[in-house]
Ligand binder design. Structure first.
Ligand SMILES: [Zn+2]
Length: 494
């Protein structure tokens, strides 16, 4: 029996929650001075502290604390005046100490929220806690087809990542979103990523693993006052996968419940190729980790004046920017969301700053340029055209030197690296023909070739002029200003 997503949602209420891990962009690791740069020769960024050698002692990275406080403040959390790190004991081959320094019952930031915009509505996602820990190393499984341990000949361990500061942002369970649950989950991660990027605390690259999500999902029958058992889908590594993981778990759990089974509390793996999850291991309880306060570190007690100065240094946050741009550009929430989802906010804002009207900037970036970025499989902001180029093209259109069709050719030239918009116009000969004498000879030709049309216009059927305008546009290979052509035709015939 297969239960579709729609059938599942008719019977059960989905509740999801997200645990997001973010590698901080500090220059050194959490408890030692090793560099954090990505992609270095394996095991070249290690020292006795991050290898957990006997006798080595950790020292807390002040910048990591500052970044975590920034994140907490931006998520409307309270910042602890005193808290401690804790040892989380478990064995993993990529964790050399056999424990991870994390935070347990004394997180640095608690009780916040993020307002997420979805489909023109705001959903408030509660933030339970933001805590700081160290990342593990990385195992590489060699010889198998999938890169997983099953079927591999041997495994290698790279400890360069071990000890990189990692922030974990844990939401409260999010009920009440119904059919929209997968989209809200995705929008939360997208908007959290944008927030973190605006804070400058992480490069938030999901493809490099600097932002990773665990997605918790549960179902309960409508009207039940008890939430169902949740599963935790681990390490979901793209925005699209966040949405698919929630969707897939909703269908799978509904199928289990409908057939009289019960959902097991466990971790699950998400498979990009099929969009489904498979069982991992049964989920540990907190007591399995034997947490205790880390004896090698002093407590963290950020002075209040330091926290206040961090709060004062926060950049404009996405919610404030949203309100400002919606008002300045006279947008609806849906129009703003379209810009945000297209990843075009920064480039449109820069294009407006370079002199284009907001309407023109949006038209080019969401239209022609979004289409070309999509064809190339890249983000619109990665196209080899600058906001200043787009502003210049808009200016040429507004001045009547280009029409939209010619402007698209100029864009094509700039993207092909033929030069600036003005250089492309000159090299390709794209300027609108605005010299009336050149237009008039083409107009006279069109009038001479279409006597029946001319007769209809003289009878008062002015819309027939479109035929003549079309003929002139064709004769000038699209380089004429159509409105000007129409005016000249009407002058000629009346
Ligand atoms: Zn180290």
């Amino acid at each position: 029996m297969t239960v579709t997503y729609e059938e599942a949602l008719q019977k059960y209420e989905p509740v999801f929650g997200l645990e997001t891990h973010v590698e901080l962009g500090t220059t050194t690791k959490m408890f030692c001075g090793c560099p954090t740069t990505f992609g270095a020769e394996p095991n070249s960024h290690v020292c006795p502290v991050c290898l957990g050698l006997p006798g080595s002692l950790p020292v807390t990275n002040r910048v990591a604390i500052e970044y975590t406080i920034k994140i907490g403040l931006a998520l409307n959390c309270s910042i602890a005046s005193w808290c401690r790190f804790a040892r989380k004991n478990y064995f993993y081959p990529d964790m050399p100490k056999n424990f991870q320094i994390s935070q347990y019952d004394e997180p640095l930031c608690v009780d916040g929220y993020l307002d997420v915009l979805v489909g023109g509505k705001t959903v408030r996602v509660g933030i339970e806690r933001v805590h700081l820990e160290e990342d593990t190393g990385k195992s590489l499984h060699i010889g198998g087809a999938t890169g997983r341990i099953q079927g591999a000949d041997y495994s290698l361990v790279d400890y360069n990542r071990a000890g990189i500061p990692l922030v974990e942002i844990v939401t409260r369970p999010v009920p009440g979103t119904g059919f929209l649950a997968p989209e809200v989950a995705r929008a939360y991660v997208t908007q959290l990523r944008d927030l973190l990027r605006s804070l400058g605390v992480s490069d938030v690259r999901m493809e490099e693993g600097s932002l990773r999500c665990d997605v918790n999902t549960s179902l309960s029958p409508y009207g039940s006052d008890v939430w169902g058992t949740r599963t935790e889908t681990k390490n979901v590594n793209s925005l699209r996968s966040v949405e698919r993981a929630v969707r897939s778990e909703i269908s799978r759990q509904a199928e289990v419940l409908d057939s009289g089974g019960r959902v097991i509390q466990e971790t699950r793996h998400f498979h990009e190729d099929t969009g489904t999850t498979t069982s991992g291991r049964s989920k540990e309880e907190a007591q399995d980790y034997r947490y205790f306060p880390e004896p090698d570190l002093v407590p963290v007690a950020p002075p209040r004046d330091w926290v206040e100065s961090i709060a004062a240094s926060l950049p404009e946050l996405p919610a404030a920017r949203r309100a400002r741009l919606i008002s300045a550009w006279s947008l609806s929430e849906l129009e703003f969301e379209a810009l945000q989802n297209a990843g075009a906010l920064d480039v449109v804002e820069a294009t407006v700053a370079a002199g284009a009207s907001p309407a023109d900037a949006r038209k080019w970036w969401l239209g022609e340029l979004a289409r070309r970025a999509n064809d190339a499989g890249i983000d619109v902001a990665e196209l080899p055209i600058t906001p200043a180029d787009v502003a210049r093209i808009s200016e040429l259109v507004a001045a009547g030197s280009l029409n939209d069709r010619l402007a698209r050719q100029v864009i094509e030239g700039v993207l092909d690296e033929e030069g600036t918009p003005d250089e492309v116009v000159a090299a390709r000969g794209l300027a609108v023909v605005s010299d009336d004498s050149a237009l008039l000879s083409a107009i006279d030709d069109a009038i001479a070739a279409n006597p029946d049309v001319v007769a209809r216009i003289r009878d008062g059927k002015v819309q027939a002029a479109g035929v003549l305008v079309g003929a002139v546009m064709k004769a000038t290979r699209g380089k004429a200003d159509a409105a000007r052509v129409r005016d000249l035709i009407m002058e000629r015939l009346t």
